[in-house]
Design a protein around this ligand. Structure first.
Ligand code: BTN
Length: 328
């Protein structure tokens, strides 16, 4: 079994009952590993930031530490209608989107959220990797079960972009902008990315997973050297750290407000909120779609989330996927 899976299992023994004290013997029996191995994993968990106290002659206790995204901390005072009623936490996993898709297949209710402290296979758009070091950022995926046609599902990307933008403003006090289709930027540098995944048939959507990665307290050295585009974090922008728990809570509250609004009033209020944050609205851009590159003025969003481009040579191009860059 992978080392991180065993650490996760140890953590789960504690998370199942926040008051529990477990001896080395208890853990070794429950997990089928030696006491020496238990001790090694406890030590590793401590280096990852988990405060695991030794209680004399009784065992170990997990003390919920400030700013670990543990379910109890995230749910405390959350007061949402549906988002975050169930929180699945992973100290380390490959991708929260993959975990959320699995949970959704198993019937997890709408609003279930998955959080990882660290991802070893974080997924970005177009098959790219999403850098996901431990202890600094938010990596989360939210399960929704909207009653909609698959073609409408792209609208939810804009909903999660607006929620993420508002969380940055409310918790970190920074004004962000959005870039079509799914980037959150500050001064032209990417501070968050969104990756929605869908399970659907022609008749309708089974479930959607909103994947959100927000760079919060990541230092310059923690960014990979080979990033194609400049990236940033709250720490780099403001010089100050931000509470990951407060950010996650605000994000879930925003989603909890915007999702019912979308269900009641449709895409229009979401589109307007998104366009107000869209820094390329009315600007000349170049869109690289792989096979084709289009140049034109951004006219806005279509109802299916496509980008509308008024082409230089006349006519309008509807763009479903591509990389946008400023051309004026
Ligand atoms: C992008 O801009 O390319 C999208 C990045 C999305 C990253 C988030 S982190 C949480 C969730 N789990 C993943 O594997 N990816 C998304």
């Amino acid at each position: 079994m992978a080392e991180h899976t065993m650490r996760q299992q140890i953590l789960e023994q504690f998370l199942a009952d926040p008051e529990v004290i477990l001896s080395g013997e208890d853990l070794s029996q429950r997990l089928g590993i030696s006491r020496a191995a238990v001790w090694k994993h406890i030590r590793q968990l401590r280096t990852l930031g988990y405060q695991i106290d030794a209680v004399p002659s009784r065992g170990y206790r997990l003390t919920t530490q400030a700013d670990l995204l543990l379910p109890a901390a995230v749910q405390s005072g959350l007061e949402t209608i549906s988002i975050g009623h169930r929180v699945e936490y992973f100290a380390e996993t490959d991708s929260t989107n993959l975990r959320a898709m699995e949970l959704a297949e198993q019937g997890a209710q709408e609003g279930t959220v998955v959080i990882a402290d660290c991802q070893n296979g974080g997924r970005g758009r177009m098959g790219r990797r999403w850098s996901s070091p431990a202890g600094v950022n938010l990596y989360t995926s939210i399960i929704l079960r909207p009653d909609m046609a698959p073609i409408q599902a792209a609208q939810l990307t804009f909903l999660s972009a607006v929620a993420t933008a508002r969380a940055f403003e409310a918790v970190a006090g920074i004004e962000v902008q959005v870039k079509w289709p799914n980037d959150i930027l500050v001064n032209g540098c990417k501070i968050a990315g969104l990756l929605n995944e869908l399970s659907a048939e022609t008749e309708g959507v089974h479930h959607v997973v909103l994947g959100i990665g927000a760079n919060l307290n990541m230092s310059r050295e923690q960014f990979p050297d080979d990033l194609r585009r400049p990236a940033t974090s709250v720490l780099l922008e403001t010089g100050q750290t931000v509470s990951r728990v407060a950010f996650a809570q605000e994000l879930y509250r925003q989603l909890d407000r915007l999702y019912p609004l979308y269900q009641q009033q449709g895409f229009v209020p979401i589109r307007l909120a998104w366009e107000a944050l869209f820094y390329l609205q009315g600007h000349k851009v170049e869109v690289d779609c792989g096979a084709d590159v289009f140049t034109g003025m951004v006219a806005g969003l279509a109802d299916d989330g496509a980008l509308l481009l008024d082409l230089e040579q006349g006519g309008q191009q509807v763009i479903y996927a591509g990389d946008v860059s400023v051309a004026d």
